[in-house]
Design a protein around this ligand. Structure first.
Ligand code: XMP
Length: 516
């Protein structure tokens, strides 16, 4: 995991990562409590955390068992740093195992809701109700707490559901305070951050903007920068921040590859121009389309789009004269992901990869430390329109990977129109913001139908709507049937050559969000 220099002056909480998803979610919850935090690999040396002046440490849950021989462990020095440590699930078991307690496989795996009973009202669960609903997911449990610890809470199946050594400020909970199903989970984390660690809640959007603008000025000096606008919120926010810092020494390049959603290009261009950014609009639609002709393999599509994008961008950037910096909208989950090194390549995500080295450009990545919801808050504060800020994520290769099989202008237009119907109806139903993404896919299968007494043989559109925290896992959205019916009716009526609509009820895993 690449180390990040935290912004100065802020309290820092370290989240040690024993299993991607859990750690991400904890980090987000901490940030939501206005406390800055960073995710570290499990084996980070205690001295390193000490050097960084962290105010507290949270050990995340994870899928492993502490008594597997190669199970991840923490530097034992962590418990002597003198800063509070909260172990969650695997984190608590690890704390118990490393400090002399006993961890065993549970007789009954516990998964789902449980009633937690506070036995000793010690921080961070003092002030919480005596009984409350928590969410459990574990195969092992702490049989006996380590010396010096008091058992402070239990559930029906878990005798040691919470433990504390207030002297050393070490705490453990078997349940997951970071998930919404733990009713008082946020309170508990907040108490840990504020009451136990003494954090001040100084991580705010305003402070982030001021500090980032100052940092960009220091980095870029009197140099010149170029930014790619993709249509999405990340690149627009990144460019707007850099513009605040260096004004017209930033030029934005918007490559229209013809694979965007209805009205998207116009909306982004208008928004950033309104904010005073200098934008070059490159119409490369034909170039992309001709290169994609006859290509059906998803990875081949991605590769071609990535390559053509870099070529076009490079040509434009060279036309601008000497440029030293390239602005990218990389966000924190990308940084955490690219650091783990163990994730299999499911899909090769495209960005302006390869450009910085080819053109000897230095990267400026002002959003490297932010989660998506934080990027949105910064965008709103910078004055970007709500519609743009709240727009759902959209893949770099755009609609090309939502047209299964070969891409041509006609099929692109069909998926664009179907997509517009999906989004419009979901917005009208007031559900847009509750979803991570919703869209249409034009499949490559045709079926027989009947319209106005005529036999039809048309394409099938798949509608996809998912909820998710960060796109890593996702659940299909339980949309109301009458809404699905309206969507299906409109697509069949408004999109030529489509005579059937299906709704995708696959979660991720095993599916992915996109179909290609
Ligand atoms: P999957 O389909 O892998 O997608 O479940 C997870 C999230 O990533 C987006 N996505 C992409 N984003 N380039 C991108 O910039 C890509 O090639 C790409 N493929 C998928 C997807 O929309 C979802 O939000």
């Amino acid at each position: 995991m690449k180390e990040l220099e935290s912004p100065p002056r802020h309290d820092v909480i370290a989240v040690l990562d024993f299993g991607g998803q859990y750690a991400h979610l904890i980090a987000r919850r901490v940030r939501e409590a206005r406390v800055y935090c960073e995710v570290f690999p499990p084996g980070v040396p205690a001295a390193e955390l000490g050097r960084r002046g962290v105010r507290g440490v949270i050990l995340s849950g994870g899928p492993r068992s502490v008594y597997e021989p190669d199970a991840p462990r923490v530097d034992p020095g962590l418990f002597d740093l003198g800063v509070p440590v909260l172990g969650i699930c695997y984190g608590m078991q690890l704390m118990a195992a490393q400090l002399g307690g006993v961890v065993e496989p549970a007789r009954h795996r516990e998964y789902g809701s449980a009633e937690f009973e506070v036995l000793e009202a010690l921080p961070p669960w003092d002030g919480l109700p005596r009984r409350s609903t928590v969410w459990m997911s574990h195969g092992d449990l702490v049989r006996s707490a380590p010396p010096g610890f008091t058992v402070t809470g239990r559930t029906a199946n878990t005798e040691v559901a919470a433990m504390a050594d207030p002297q050393r400020r070490l705490y453990g909970v078997q349940f997951h305070p970071e998930v919404v199903h733990t009713v008082h989970g946020r309170d508990l984390l907040q108490r840990f951050l504020y009451d136990v660690c003494g954090c001040r809640g100084d991580w705010t959007t305003g402070s982030f903007i001021d500090e980032t603008v100052a940092a960009i000025r220091r980095q870029v000096g009197d140099g010149r920068a170029v930014a790619g606008l993709s249509g999405g919120v990340d690149s627009a926010v990144a460019a707007t921040l850099v513009h605040r810092a260096i004004g017209d020494r930033l030029t934005c390049v918007f490559v229209d590859h013809g694979l965007l959603r209805a009205g998207e290009a116009e909306q982004v261009l208008e928004a950033v121009r309104d904010l005073g950014l200098k934008v070059v609009h490159v119409d490369a639609r034909d170039r992309f389309l001709s290169r994609l002709e006859g290509v059906s393999d998803p990875e081949a599509k991605r590769k071609i789009i990535g390559e053509v994008f870099v070529r076009v961008f490079e040509e434009e950037a060279r036309r601008l004269g000497p440029v030293d910096f390239l602005v990218q909208g990389t966000v924190y989950p990308d940084v955490i992901e690219s650091g783990t090194g163990s994730a299999a390549v499911i899909k090769s995500h495209h960005n302006v990869g390869g450009l910085p080295e080819r053109m000897h450009l230095t990267l400026v990545e002002p959003l490297r430390l932010l989660f998506k919801d934080e990027v949105r808050r910064v965008g709103l504060e910078l004055g970007l329109p709500e519609d743009l800020v709240w727009r759902h994520p959209f893949p770099g290769p755009g609609l090309a990977i939502r047209v299964l099989g070969p891409v041509d202008a006609e099929r692109l237009e069909a998926v664009r129109r179907a997509d517009a119907v999906v989004v419009e109806e979901i917005r009208r139903a007031g559900l847009y913001r509750s979803l991570w993404q919703c869209f249409a896919v034009l499949t490559d299968s045709r079926s027989v139908g009947v319209m106005g007494d005529q036999r039809t043989y048309g394409w099938t559109v798949a509608v996809r709507a998912v909820t998710s925290d960060d796109g890593m896992t996702a659940d299909w959205a339980r949309l109301p049937h009458d809404l699905l019916e309206r969507i299906a009716l409109r697509i069949v009526n408004e999109v030529p050559a489509v005579n059937r609509v299906v709704y995708d009820i696959t979660s991720k895993p095993p599916g992915t969000i996109e179909w290609e």
